[in-house]
Design a protein around this ligand. Sequence first.
Ligand code: ZN
Length: 155
Amino acid sequence: MALQLKDKDAYQRLNYLYQAAHCVLSQNPENVELARFYCFTQRTIARRLVLRQDPSVKRTLCKKCCSLLIPGVTASTRQRRKNSRTRFTVVQCLSCGQSKTFLNDPDHCLWVDQPEAQLEQQKQPDPGPSVKKQPKDTKPDVSSKPSAAQSTAST
Ligand SMILES: [Zn+2]
């Protein structure tokens, strides 16, 4: 049980930044820039360490300007319909205008919730109970990390 979850500190920091962005906006909805700074830092950490963020987190972040998307505060939410059956939820960032489109499908199942993905996760040595992640190849420039992951580096 030396390291039960790789990059645990980084995940805790991502969590902290995400909550800080919510906290800032709840106290002062005008303070969009500070919340964006937190979310930008969050994305930078996740990209550098190649961490997978939960889809529920990714849905609330603008991929263009990194704003935290809260309906009515920093984002507008509209219902669009394509035909009588197909409807979409369009979340538009009020800062940059970038929009996300979600299909309204009650039976939609995320890939990480499907049994095939669970089987794939069980092959990994560390079962993360709450955080879903896929350990990709560990970069050598991430310093002071014991290289437990088997890499494809030749001898
Ligand atoms: Zn935006």
